[in-house]
Each structure stands twice: as C-alpha cells, then as structure tokens.
Design a protein around this ligand. Structure first.
Ligand code: ZN
Length: 651
C-alpha cells in the first residue's frame, strides 16, 4: 500500500480542517483500510467563539459520513475540554454519552459526532487517524496474534485488548495511557477492532497508518496466500439459489435480495468450521450477523437450522428486555461450492457482499497464520444489540416501494426499457437489464443494477442471462418483457420471408423464450408480476407495419395464455399498449419529419395526434410498468392498458 499524499493537493488546503478532510479521503480510497463508513478521523484546532475568545475544538468525523467522500462539513465541531473531562468520569451510559456529545457541539447544524469522539479527544495530538484495516485486524484474529504483533512492531505500538467501542473504549485508553510517554508510540492496535495513529503533522499521522498496515501486510504475505474467486468451486444452480433466497425472505418476513459467488473461503477444507467462527470485527455483525448459515443444498432445512441457532444465541445472551432481531441469515457458506450473501435491499446487499469479500480473505489468511479465531459470541452479541449501532440502521430511510425485489427488464439499453430500469432502481428494486447492445452495462452505475448482454432470440443466451441475473440478485420477481424494434415500413405484398421471420423473431419469439426461461424463477418469486410491452397496433393496426402489428397481436395472445397458466402460482401477467413514444432511439428527427409530412402535420402536431393532444414519453410507460409491478394492481391480471393519449380507434 502506497502513501497517496500529494504535496500540491495538500498545499491547496487552507486550514487544518481542510487538510484533515483531505487525508481522511486518502484513507477512504482503500477498502482494505476502511469499508462502507468504517473508521474515523479528527483534528484539534482553535476557533473563535461569539465572545471573541479562542476555544479548543475537536473536529471529529460525523456519524453517517464516509471517509471516501468526506468534506469539511462531514466533521462535527465539539468543545475539546468538555470531551476530555468526560473521559475522567468513572462510567457514562450510552444515552448520557450521546446527550453530552450533542451538547458539546458548537454548531447545531453539524452532524452528530462519532461515538469515538471522547477517545479522539484524549489522544494528545492534533491529528488522529483510525481504520479497521484488514491486515492488522486479521493478525489480531489468529491464535498467537498478539505475539505476531510484537514480532512485527516491537515496542512501537501499544496493543490493547478488545472492549466495546464508545465510552468503555475511551476509558480503557485513558487509563492505559495516563502515565504514558506517547512519543514512544507510532500507534495503538485494538485487538479485533482496528488501528489508531496520531501526530501533530497530518501527513505523518496518515503515513504512520500506511506504514503500520504495510508492515502487517508484508508479514502476512510472507506466511499466507488467498484466492478471491475460485473457479474450481462447483457453484450453485440459479434455480436452487432462487429457492434459497425465497426461504431466507420468508424467514425474515419481508423480501430480501441475494448474491451467490465462488469466494475462496468456500474452498477451504474446513470451510464449514473456519467460516463460522465469527466476523473480522464486531461492527460487521450489523450487516453479516455473527456467523453464516451452513448450506447443505436443502434450502428449507438450512434456513430453519440457522434460525434455530440464531434464536439460541439470542436467548443465551439477552438480558430479557431486548427484542430479538429477525432470524434470517445474511450470508451462507456452501463448502466446495461458494458463498451466498443477502440484504434487505440492494444497498445492504452490496455492503454485506463487500464485507464478506474481505472476510473471505481474512479467514484464508487466518487459517495459515495459526488459525482463524474471532471474538467470543458474547462480545459480538453486545455490539449487535448495542442501541447506538442499531440506531445507525434505523436512520437509513427506505428507498422505495420495491425494496428487496428483483426485476428483469429486456431491451434495457434504450428507450422505454432504459426509462423503466431507471424508475425501478429509483424505487429500490434490484434490476438486471438485458440487451443485445453492449451499452446495457452503462445504463446505471447504481449497485442496484447489473447489465447483461444477450441476444434474446437465442434460447441459450436467454437462459444464461437470466441465470446471471438470479445469481447476482437472488431471483426474478418482476419480468418486464420489453425488447422490440420497429421495422421499416413495408406492405405485405412487398414483405420478404426474411423480413417477416426477423421481425417476428424479436417482437414475438424472443418474448416467448424469455417468459419460458423465467417461469421457474417467477414461481419462486415474491409477489411475482410479468409486464409485456405490446403496442397500440394490437388493437388498431396500421397499413405498412404488418410484421409489427402481427407480432404484437400474437404477443398479446401469448400474455393472455400466460395469464391463465400462471395464475395458479400467483403470477400476475399484464400488457401495456403504448403508442407514439417518440423519445426513443428509433425516432430520429428525420424519421419524425417524414412521418409528419406524410400526414400533412407539423412534428409537434404529429406527436400529439391523440384525444388528449398530449406527448407521450418513455417515462409515462415506465410509470405504468411500476404500478403493474408494485401492489397497486395486486388483484389484477390479464389486463391490457393503453398509454396512447387516447385513440378513437381503441376506446
Ligand atoms: Zn473503530
């Protein structure tokens, strides 16, 4: 790991706080140092108060801010002296501590200070950096880890046993360092937790962190290896995974999304044991629970066994007043095959999956460094049920009505498909977009989206694309069968066999192939719904678009049969008939002008040639898809809905 310090960027910082934000972002660049909001930093600086007096202020990372992107407004300015005095108290409850932290702030608009604020306050240096670095924490999670730390750092680093974060940790450091010559130390290692470095110079504090991490990293690399993804692992069939995800969702009592990957930890001979000893650091427990579900291939039995085990763990450590969290697993290990991760929505799935990537590496390392050894279950439980940690999750607002559900949208690279992807993602759904155009990968950079390139007229490619989607998000709840193209105008008399077959191949056959391949997944889906994008031409065909009208009419009939066949499985099937959606790729200015000329209209008049005289956009169609996919029409199947501004031929 290299220092990312840049003299020019540092010189551009106008004050200590700007420099603090800058080196915090340098730490945030590496997910081997901090992951998804982990870690925290601070700077001490004087500021003038309203009376014109100088006051010592601790600017400490505000909770909810991420070191990767933090700016000066991400720090909470607090009165240093008050925080230092708090450390002298014998004890301080969580509620009291949070109140005191809040009332020590000098700006009510600033974010709430990190729960580690008191600890930052008592470290007698201007800059304090704290990370949960993989390399160091992994070593602390091994048998003989403390001796290894001594071998690596000698006496340069103060090593402290694990205690709960917050006041207890601040108090531990306060007591341990009361009579200490701080200048002897380059940092503090908290076992099973992380590393602190500190200095009056921002660069030295940051680079001490990099150096300590590099020393640990070098030691590990000399003694251990790891694989990220292991292709020798057998993997899991997509349908089996969809079933498992359904079971996990039922156990939680709400939809969850999931991911299955061939992570290296599953290749360990003793994966069933080593992967289930506990997390890398206790704060991961919020996203991963203490241990993974052991998978055997029997979804129902595996989830039930995990739930019973979790309930037992809760009963063992509860004080009788706590309320048990849901008993669904957040990850699972299938020895020899791979690893599953789960989340209540796409964002949480990503966080969990990222953490498990690092966990997979750490466990492989740990097993070669004397044996992976996590904290006792009691410590993990205390953090899992610590109200200050749970509060962090409660503050995360729900993204929308489709959270935890998975949609597949075909023809996603442009037009209606693209607008549908964007709207469903905005509503919290995880969406796999499929298109023959490779730009389908770039439709959205949200973690809730994955693009898959496939030719939908090829059954093999369809099946493989759906399988990719299911392993990436856990299943298919919503199928938006949208792909299509508008062929060049041609009267029947002039239509060649090839043009006929090609037009029906995409506008009709591909929808059948997608539906057929999706049905097994939809049967395992949560509130499953299918939306076909047909056309006004179904109801009101036009001359010169025979292949298109015939394909769309047959597609509508396909949907009607599907409605009948899939209703017993609770799968709703509805059809949209849009018309004159001109904000798509096929309608260039020239084509529009030509069509308008044909009818003797201006382009604007041509666009609004409907009863409401309104212009119809891709977003209007996407909105209808959303309503057919969410619970707005929970009791409706077999519907055909026009989105055409009203057409006298179809009313
Ligand atoms: Zn920490």
């Amino acid at each position: 790991m290299k220092s990312l310090w840049d003299d020019k960027a540092a010189a551009a910082c106008n004050n200590a706080l700007e420099l603090r934000a800058y080196t915090s972002r340098l730490l945030g660049q590496s997910d081997d140092l901090v992951l998804h909001g982990g870690g925290n930093t601070s700077v001490k600086d004087a500021a003038e108060n309203i009376f014109g007096e100088r006051e010592e202020i601790l600017y400490v990372k505000g909770s909810g801010h991420d070191l990767k992107t933090i700016g000066t407004d991400g720090f909470a300015p607090t009165r240093l002296e008050k925080l230092q005095r708090l450390a002298e108290l014998d004890s301080l409850g969580d509620i009291d501590m949070m109140r005191e932290l809040k009332t020590s702030q000098i700006d009510p608009k600033a974010p709430a200070p990190s729960v580690e604020a008191i600890l930052h306050a008592i470290i007698p240096f201007k800059y304090v950096d704290h990370t949960h670095t993989d390399a160091v924490v992994t070593i602390t999670n091994t048998q003989g880890g403390e001796a290894r730390l001594k071998e690596i750092y000698g006496d340069d680093v103060l090593v402290l046993p694990y205690v709960m974060p917050g006041f207890i940790l601040a108090k531990q450091v306060y007591e341990a360092t009361k009579d200490l010559d701080w200048s002897r130390y380059r940092g503090i290692v908290l076992l099973h937790h992380g590393v602190f470095t500190f200095h009056d110079d921002a660069r030295v504090s940051y680079e001490n962190m990099i150096d300590l991490v590099n020393q640990a990293d070098e030691h590990i690399r000399k003694n251990a290896t790891y694989t990220v993804a292991d292709d020798a692992l057998a993997g899991l069939g997509a349908l089996d995974f969809a079933r498992l995800r359904k079971q996990v969702s039922e156990e939680r009592g709400g939809p969850m999304v999931g991911r299955f990957r061939r992570l290296g930890v599953a290749a360990l001979d003793n994966a069933a044991d080593s992967a289930r000893r506990g997390p890398v650091t206790p704060d991961h427990v919020l996203h991963t629970k203490r241990v993974p579900m052991l998978m055997t291939g029997d979804a129902e039995a595996d989830v039930a066994a995990f739930a019973a085990e979790y309930r037992g763990y809760f009963d063992e450590f509860t004080d009788g007043e706590l309320i048990c969290l849901d008993t669904a697993p957040r990850w699972g290990v299938l020895p020899g095959k791979g690893v599953a991760t789960f989340g209540i929505n796409g964002k949480r799935l990503r966080v969990c999956s990222d953490i498990i990537d690092h966990t997979s590496k750490a466990i492989q390392w740990g097993e070669q460094l004397g044996g992976w050894q996590a904290l006792p279950a009691k410590d993990i439980f205390e953090l899992e049920y610590w109200e200050l940690e749970q509060a962090k999750l409660k503050n995360q607002a729900a993204a929308g009505g489709l959270e935890g559900r998975v949609a597949v949208v075909t023809g996603a690279a442009s037009g209606i498909g693209r607008a549908t992807v964007e709207l469903l993602v905005e509503q919290g759904a995880c969406v796999a977009g499929i298109d023959i155009d490779s730009s389908v990968s770039d439709v959205s950079n949200s973690p809730l989206y994955v693009g898959v390139q496939a030719d939908l007229t090829d059954s093999g490619q369809v099946e493989s694309a759906l399988s990719t989607a299911v392993l990436h998000f856990g299943g298919i709840d919503i199928l938006v069968s949208n792909a299509g193209s508008f062929p060049a105008s041609s009267f029947l008399a002039d239509t060649t066999d090839e043009a006929w077959s090609a037009a029906l191949g995409l506008n009709l056959d591909s929808h059948f192939k997608v539906l057929r391949a999706a049905i097994p997944y939809l049967k395992e889906g949560i509130d499953p719904a299918v939306v076909f994008n047909a056309s006004k031409n179904t109801l009101a065909p036009g001359p010169g678009v025979g292949t298109y009208s015939v394909a769309k009419a047959a597609l509508t009939q396909l949907a009607r049969v599907a409605t009948l066949e899939l209703a017993p499985d609770g799968i709703r099937v509805n059809v949209l008939h849009p018309d004159a959606v001109f904000d798509t790729g096929i309608w260039t200015a020239e084509v529009l002008q030509a069509r308008a000329d044909k009818y003797g209209l201006t382009v604007d008049e041509y666009k609004r040639r409907n009863l409401l005289a309104t212009e119809i956009s891709s977003l209007d169609v996407a909105r209808a898809v959303l309503r057919l996919a969410d619970d707005s029409f929970a009791c409706s199947t077999g519907m055909q809905l026009t989105i055409d501004g009203g057409n006298e031929r179809t009313v």
